[in-house]
Design a protein around this ligand. Structure first.
Ligand SMILES: *[C@@H]1O[C@H](CO)[C@@H](O)[C@H](O)[C@H]1NC(C)=O
Ligand SMILES: *[C@@H]1O[C@H](CO)[C@@H](O)[C@H](O)[C@H]1NC(C)=O
Length: 206
């Protein structure tokens, strides 16, 4: 019930967005990105070097995998923008020994850094919100994968416990492809049953 209400709310929100523009990128967000690109300028040769930062390969896979990968991409964007924010020059108060010209120059530099900071924070908020609202499950899964990378292989206790946990996990890993196949078959059978039942229902209504 709650989830169907949420679905209706999501759908109507989505329709509202669609009526404003055909794209999912809000106009202000697109403008902000274009604005930032004026600051983060590189040559065309660098831009079109045939090596995108985010590979498209995993986006051509199945829906489930795609969802997980995109969740990871969003998280990476958050970290990247965090880094970009940290690299911006700090706001510095002009000292009394500074000449007027250099004070003006540093003021205008910090003003432009402030604009970039505002724009970056806006984009960051957009990404964070999308990930929080739509990618919770994927975030949890990715966190689980990252935790695997943090396991301390050198710890004797970890080594022993891992061995002890292996039989169950090995069993699970071996039976999973089989379970998936069974699920697929069951789904197909259910579909066939439903199709087979339809004429009967039609007859009882006559
Ligand atoms: C974003 O802005 C650029 C430049 O103004 C424009 O060419 C592009 O079509 C816009 N994209 C979307 C999705 O609105
Ligand atoms: C269902 O019943 C209608 C008559 O009410 C009949 O015209 C139609 O052919 C039937 N469909 C099937 C699949 O039996």
């Amino acid at each position: 019930m709650v989830s169907s209400v949420r679905a209706v709310v999501c759908l109507s929100l989505w329709l509202t967005v669609c009526r404003v523009s055909a794209s999912h990128i809000p106009v202000r967000m697109n403008k902000t990105i274009q604005n930032l690109l004026l600051h983060y300028k590189i040559s065309a040769k660098e831009k079109f070097n045939g090596k995108p930062v985010f590979s498209r390969e995993l986006l051509e896979g199945k829906m489930e995998e795609k969802h997980i990968f995109i969740g990871g991409v969003l998280e990476t964007y958050e970290q990247l923008i965090d880094q970009m924010l940290q690299q911006l020059p700090e706001q510095v108060a002009p000292t009394s020994t500074e000449t007027k010209a250099s004070a003006d120059a540093s003021a205008s530099a910090s003003a432009s850094a402030d604009n970039v900071r505002t724009d970056l924070n806006f984009i960051l908020t957009k990404i964070q919100r999308l990930r929080r609202d739509r990618y919770q499950e994927q975030t949890k899964l990715l966190q689980g994968l990252q935790n695997l990378k943090k396991i301390n292989f050198k710890d004797f206790v970890v080594q022993s416990k891992a061995l002890w946990e292996l039989p169950w996990l090995y069993e699970e890993a071996s039976s999973l492809p089989h379970q998936k196949e069974m699920q697929r078959k069951r789904r197909r059978r259910r579909r066939q049953t439903r199709r087979g039942r339809n004429p009967a229902r039609n007859m009882t209504h006559n």
